[in-house]
Design a protein around this ligand. Structure first.
Ligand code: NAD
Length: 313
């Protein structure tokens, strides 16, 4: 992987971190950002080139991360794949499923690795639960609450934050939403800044997801219920407790055993980028491919339709 020539397009808040990981894992050739001053600063920090056009960068690399605003993902990824460059596109994948389908088609035709940055998939708690083989949960609830930041304002809170929990819901169940109800309100921007969605999936799982980007106290939690156990994940504090029905006693709850799972501390972005580069070199599946990115995008669009229906009442 060390001799893979890489680049990053869009080196704002998140793209700068992508570039740092590529510098450690591969040969970071350079970066491009439409904000030239920003590119110069990040290039100086990492000892790589700040290219003056996206085309000039694409001509010199094998793989790129695309960490520009969502509204530009399609055009940038299309330009990259046209010249045979593998792409890791930040989430949400694209603005709509037509754009997603076109990129998936291009990647397939050109035998390119196309990854979507659904980083929560590589979280150790999620990997532990998937490996435990408990099957699809019956009920799942999540809250993802963040203080306001003046970024990602081209998208609503569903695409910005709720999409992480939607992705995990689809991943943990392997099912599709069939009945989606949702409420949402615009508080600070002209798009939904808070939303709550209640959905039934085609395997019978029910999910209740809450997201806000305008709270004072951040929270990122998920509770997942099976017939005989439930798991409580705190993504902010990196903890996972699994409460099993059977022998044992949690204070005040007889017949329930609390398994506190020791989670490794992991640099999730480095793990994601390493997986992307490995997938290219080894010709193996990537942690989240275009089809998975499209699937969760479609679910997020279903939530948005439900929010819009609510707002019209
Ligand atoms: P940001 O505004 O800090 O950075 C975006 C950068 O892209 C800016 O520097 C801007 O100048 C540049 N840019 C805009 N259009 C461009 C173009 N056409 N070509 C080149 N550069 C361009 O935003 P951010 O918070 O870093 O978010 C970037 C992307 O990452 C978004 O898609 C966002 O949804 C995603 N994101 C993902 C996560 C995650 O958890 N995976 C977290 C935050 C953001």
């Amino acid at each position: 992987m060390k001799n893979m020539r890489t680049g990053v397009i869009g080196v704002g808040h998140l793209g700068r971190f992508h570039a740092q990981k590529y510098a450690a894992l591969s040969q970071l050739v350079g970066i491009f950002d439409q904000h030239a001053e920003r590119a110069t600063v990040v290039a100086a920090e990492l000892g790589c080139r700040a290219f003056s056009s996206v085309g000039a960068l694409l001509a010199e690399v094998d793989a790129v991360s695309i960490a520009t605003p969502t509204s530009t993902h399609f055009a940038v990824a299309e330009a990259a794949m046209q010249v045979g460059v593998h792409c890791l596109v930040e989430k949400p994948f694209t603005l709509d499923t037509e754009e997603a389908d076109a990129l998936i088609g291009m990647a397939q035709e050109r035998h390119l690795t196309l990854a979507v940055g659904h980083i929560k998939r590589v979280h150790p708690a999620i990997q532990h639960l998937r490996q435990a083989g408990y099957g699809a949960p019956r009920y799942l609830e999540a809250e993802r609450l963040a203080p306001f930041k003046p970024r990602s304002l081209d998208i609503d809170v569903i695409m910005d934050l709720m999409i992480h929990d939607l992705d995990l819901t689809l991943l943990l169940t392997g099912a599709e939403p069939v009945d989606v109800r949702a409420v949402g309100v615009a508080a600070v921007t002209d798009k939904a800044d808070m939303a709550n969605a209640w959905m039934t999936l085609n395997n019978g799982t029910v999910a209740n997801l809450a997201a806000s980007r305008v709270v004072r106290e951040p929270a990122r939690r998920m509770r997942i219920f099976w017939q005989d156990r439930y798991a409580s994940v705190d993504f902010l504090n990196n903890t996972l407790h699994i409460y099993h029905r059977g022998a044992g006693a949690v204070p005040g709850i007889p017949g329930v055993r609390d398994e506190a799972v020791e989670l490794p501390k992991r640099d999730a972005l480095a793990a994601e980028i390493e997986d992307f580069l490995n997938a290219i070199v080894m010709h193996q599946p990537v942690f989240c491919d275009g089809i998975a990115g499209r699937r969760v995008l479609a679910a997020a669009l279903q939530v948005r339709v439900a929010v819009e229906a609510f707002l019209q009442h």
